[in-house]
Design a protein around this ligand. Sequence first.
Ligand code: ZN
Length: 350
Amino acid sequence: MSTCMTSSPEKKNGPKKTPVWTTINFDAPGMQTDFARVPYSSNTSAYGWIPVPMVCFNGGKGGATALLTAGTHGDEYEGQVALRRLVHELSRTELEGRVIILPALNQPAVKAGCRNSPLDGGNLNRLFPGSANEGPTAAIAHFVAQELFPLADLIIDLHSGGSSLDYLPMALAHPGRSGPEADAIRRLLKCFGAPYSALTDGSGGGGGSTLYAAAERHGIAAITTELGGGPTLSEQGLSIAEDGLRRVLRDFGIASSLKCREAAPTQFVRFRNRNGTIYSPCDGLFESFVRPGQNVTSGQCAGFVHRIDDVSTQPTEIVFRSSGIVAFKRFPTLTATGDALIGLLKADAA
Ligand SMILES: [Zn+2]
C-alpha cells in the first residue's frame, strides 16, 4: 500500500500526477492536520492554493484505514458537523488503525453554502475520477481518487438533501462487483445502521461519476448517505452520522475503544430509479401531498403544480405511476420543468 504523496506512478496514457499537495505524512503515527492544497491562480492570488482541511490519525499499529469525507456538496451539513466532532473525539482516542478525515471536501462550495463550487461551477460528486488540470473541483476529485483511495480500506462520504431536497435518512451504496464485495458493502451498511440502506446503480443521479461509485471501481467498500433535507442541520441526521461513524470505526477495529450505541436493524431498500422519480411537467409552485417515508400506491395523487401566470386553469395534477416508499421530495416550492419532485424506493430483502 503506497502512502507517499509523490510516489504515484504516472502511467502511460493514464492519469497525470496530481497538482494537489499536503504536508501530512500518512505513514507517521499520531495526529496531523493540514490541507489538501489545491493550486488555484486567481485575480487576487497568482500562486495560491485552496485550503481543503484534512486530518490524519494514525495509531501506528498497522490497522485498517477509513477515509471519511463530507462537504462534497457545500450545502449539506450533518456530515460536516459530525466529522468535525469526530476529529475532537479521536484526538483523545487510542487507535489501532488510521482515519483520514476531510470534512469540507469541496471547500469553495462549503464557504459559499452552495452545492457546487463558485470557482468553476463544478459538482464534485459528478466529476470522479477527476482530472489534474480541468479546474479546482476536478482536481480535488482526482486527488481523492489517485492519492487517498489507495490508502483506504473503507470509505464513508456523508451527504444530505441540501437546498433542493427533503430526504429520508439513509445510507446508500453500489452493490459491489462480486460476491465478496457485496458482502463487505452489506456489512458496512448494517454497521453504519441508518434507518434505511439503499443499494443503487446510480442511474437515478450521478451514475459512475460519484465518489462512492469511483471507490467501487477501486474495489473499496464505500457508502454514502442522505441525512436530512434543506440547507440546515437536522438533529436526527447528525445523530445517525455520529453513531454510524463511531460504530464503523469500533467494529472494523480502527478505534475499538470508541463508545457508541448499538445499531437498530436497517431496512434494505432499492431505488426505483427514473421510473420511480416524478419530474415536474411544467414551471410553477409545487404543492406536495406526501412526505419522505410515506408508503404510496400507483394512481395516488402526489400533489399539484400551480402555474404562476395562469390563474384561471386547473393546476396540473401529479400522480404516482408506481407504488413504493417516498425517498425524497423537492424542498423549494418554486419548481421548473424537469425538476425532480419525488423519488420512490421499494423494499428489498435484508
Ligand atoms: Zn450531496
